[in-house]
Design a protein around this ligand. Structure first.
Ligand code: NDP
Length: 285
């Protein structure tokens, strides 16, 4: 048998990036399928991103993930941008197609899969209240709008960001989107089907924090979702569950967005159980 010492390379470019857990999940997937691939966690300063993308091309890397602060800055450096990533205005996954680098965004798609497959809810026609208007909120609301959500209300502290997101949703997806400035407590009314915390409130190490929401008027079959993946159960999720609501943590979104990226890169079905187990072990206290 002839030897093959060549590895296919993928990875994440970010700054800072050392604590990004994606390598744990992707490397577990390569091991599970016996693939000769490696996922590298690479620190790239903002001013070095153009050189880094030239490096991705020169090294023949099969793709990369982008994280803070590169998700928007990478757009002009790529050959094509997928239609949903263009509306979101950010790329979290780059895949190679021949000599071309294509920008994708898998965050919202990962979230949607969690809603459909783990919570068993179809977002078509649903009334959705989203807290936040940053990168995660943009990805989630664009995919929800494209999937046929009935109404999307965005609560955000910064009015400028929230209004810009709702304007993009209305103009570019024809969504029924509304902005509400976040002052004080956010009431969850009986007309809300799905509440999504897409802010970073509650993210490790600030695990005691929780978005200021009032569930008094909420319906009993409300679905409460949190995008924060670490800790795996945020205070919001624990509070919602204690009140009897259905919940969806940030872990499925993280696993599914990674699984979608894995499938784009390798063309193989992602071993999602192995990926999830690896992340759970990484996040264990
Ligand atoms: P951004 O910095 O782009 O956005 C942060 C958002 O949180 C903004 O809307 C910001 O409001 C809001 N926010 C932060 N702190 C507060 C506060 N104290 N009070 C009110 N609003 C606040 O971050 P991302 O969108 O990239 O990330 C948000 C979260 O999503 C993070 O926890 C991240 O870990 C998670 N995430 C999870 C993924 C997963 O797969 N599970 C994937 C991607 C992200 P304002 O605009 O007013 O500043």
């Amino acid at each position: 048998m002839s030897a093959n010492y060549k590895y296919e390379l993928v990875g994440v470019l970010g700054f800072p990036v050392a604590e990004n857990p994606t390598c744990v999940m992707q490397e577990a997937a390569f091991v599970a399928l016996g693939l000769q691939w490696r996922y590298l966690t690479i620190e790239v300063k903002p001013e070095s991103l153009p050189d880094a993308i030239r490096g991705v091309r020169a090294l023949g890397m099969m793709g990369v993930n982008l994280t803070i602060p590169h998700k928007v800055a990478v757009l002009p450096l790529l050959d094509e941008i997928s239609p949903d990533a263009a509306i979101i205005g950010a790329v979290n996954t780059v895949r190679r197609a021949g000599d071309k680098l294509i920008g994708e965004n898998t965050d919202g798609k990962g979230f949607l899969r969690g809603v459909r497959e783990e919570a068993g809810i179809d977002p078509v026609g649903k009334n959705i209240l989203v807290l936040g208007a940053g990168g995660a909120a943009r990805a989630i609301t664009v995919e929800l709008a494209l999937a046929g959500a009935g109404r999307i209300t965005v609560w955000n502290r910064s009015a400028e960001r929230g209004e810009a997101l709702c304007r993009d949703l209305k103009q570019r997806t024809s969504a029924n989107a509304h902005f509400a400035p976040w002052r004080g407590t956010c009431p969850v009314g009986p007309d809300v089907d799905i509440l999504v915390n897409a802010t970073s409130i509650g993210l490790f190490p600030d695990t005691k924090a929780m978005p200021d929401v009032d569930f008094k008027g909420a319906r009993r079959d409300l679905l409460v979702c949190d995008v924060v993946p670490n800790p795996p159960e945020t205070r919001l999720i624990k509070t919602a569950r204690a009140r009897g609501f259905k919940t969806l943590t940030g872990l499925p979104m993280l696993v599914y967005q990674g699984a979608i990226g894995f499938e784009m890169w390798t063309g193989r079905k992602a071993p999602e159980h192995a990926m999830r187990a690896a992340l759970e072990a990484a996040f264990a206290p």
